[in-house]
Design a protein around this ligand. Structure first.
Ligand SMILES: *Cc1c(COP(=O)(O)O)cnc(C)c1O
Length: 404
């Protein structure tokens, strides 16, 4: 009665989800193992070690949480927040407000610091606000997918560490595509996802944290509290499913029975991390930079302008001003239907003003960059947009010639 699925051929050049690596999809077809099968536990242990490398950390704790990156963000924030705690959220893009919304629901007292979205904060601006607000937690986004800007973290992290403030960072859109140094930047708790630069389907989030966070988790671990049930309910982490104090004990040698791990997704994550680490982190970061350079060269040759500060632009996201008089959504539809290429629109104030082109993981390949440039030029010319025709592909090819 029902037909089998038919899945269109696409070149996905959005900031996620991106194309899953074929080896990852292959790994997902492996047979299922019981969640406490020694074979599966050994895979989990290896995944834990591999997760740490792109984060740039020697933390003991790093593991995956079932649920997309948002689940990881929520698990991270509610692990530290008790009602009334002060959280400072410097916002230079849209995803900061997601952090804030999670904190508010956890009954934190949230203070946003806002600025124009075209550049990240100068660290001194954030430090000034920390001095004024005296928060327990500073929560920030490393790479703002919504506007393609990237925040320098080291100075803010060092200041937080010196004042015993927790520094929580969303690294979802940079993990695997940009060099990260969780330890050097004094990030206490970092969160990433799978469907961006790891080229694994969406469905897992990755976290790592240090002993400072572990001490909080141990103090809030339900079984250890030893209080009456009502008192315990005041202290323990507000979610059972996203309780890091339990998840940690599920992923380490205690192996408490928490949830049933998403077996096939763990296979996928293992393969995605294995592919990335075998390529070499530095080589992967360089590949993203080279493809970004070629993309920008092509776009500029077409006469398009890139949104935001150049020095702090993410290599993994390129926001472009939609030219005056052009219907941005009609161009995206043409690209998808006639060329099989997907690019992204934007959110909030930038909606209708910019497109965003992703350059992430397995989607970050020369043929994809040329494909997206050709499709964009074709769709724009078809709409009679005033662009320089016939230059983009040559500019990108020349860029590759020069740099590789
Ligand atoms: C994509 C993204 C998220 C949300 O991820 P989901 O996997 O969709 O839950 C959060 N933060 C940033 C910076 C992102 O790019």
């Amino acid at each position: 009665m029902y037909k089998e699925l038919t899945i269109a051929q696409r070149t996905i050049m959005t900031p996620g989800p991106v194309e899953a690596h074929p080896a990852v999809l292959q790994a997902m077809t492996n047979r299922i193992l019981g969640q406490f099968d020694p074979n599966f536990l050994a895979i989990m242990d290896e995944v834990k070690e591999m997760i740490k490398q792109p984060f740039g950390t020697k933390n003991k704790e790093a593991f995956a949480i079932d649920g997309t990156s948002r689940a990881g963000l929520e698990a991270a924030l509610i692990a530290l927040i008790e009602p009334g705690d002060k959280v400072l959220i410097p916002a230079y893009g849209r995803f900061a407000f997601l952090l804030g919304e999670i904190c508010e629901r956890a009954q934190a007292q949230v203070k946003y610091v806002e600025k124009e979205w075209t550049a990240p904060f100068a660290p001194a601006e954030v430090i000034k606000e920390i001095v004024a607000f005296q928060p327990k937690i500073v929560a920030m986004v490393h790479g703002e997918t919504a506007n393609g800007q990237m925040q320098p973290l080291a100075e803010i992290g060092q200041y937080c560490r010196a004042k015993d403030i927790f520094f929580v960072v969303d690294m979802v859109a940079t993990y695997g595509g940009v060099a990260l140094s969780v330890d050097d930047w004094c990030v206490d708790l970092a969160i990433a996802g799978t469907q961006k630069c790891l080229s694994v389907p969406s469905g897992l989030s990755l976290v790592t944290y240090n002993e400072r966070v572990e001490a909080v988790l141990n103090a809030r671990y339900q079984k250890e509290l030893g209080l009456s049930k009502t008192d315990r309910n005041k202290r323990h982490i507000m979610s059972n499913y996203l309780d890091l104090s339990q998840l940690q004990r599920y992923w380490n040698t205690e192996r408490i029975n928490h949830h049933t791990e998403a077996t096939s997704m763990i296979y996928a994550l293992h393969e995605g991390l294995r592919m990335l680490l075998n390529e070499g982190l530095d080589a992967a970061y360089q590949r993203h930079l080279t493809n970004e350079g070629a993309l920008v060269a092509g776009l500029e040759a077409m006469g398009l302008s890139i949104y935001g500060e150049k020095a702090t632009k993410m290599p993994t996201v390129t926001p472009i001003f939609i030219p005056e008089g052009v219907d941005g959504e009609a161009v995206r539809e043409e690209m998808l239907h006639s060329f099989g290429v997907e690019i992204a629109s934007s959110f909030g104030d930038l909606k209708g003003k910019i497109w965003r082109i992703g350059n992430m993981g397995y989607s970050s390949r020369k043929e994809n960059i040329l494909h997206v440039l050709a499709a964009l030029e074709g769709a724009l010319l078809y709409q009679q947009a005033p662009i320089s025709a016939g230059k983009a592909l040559i500019a990108a090819l020349n860029y590759y010639q020069k740099t590789t």
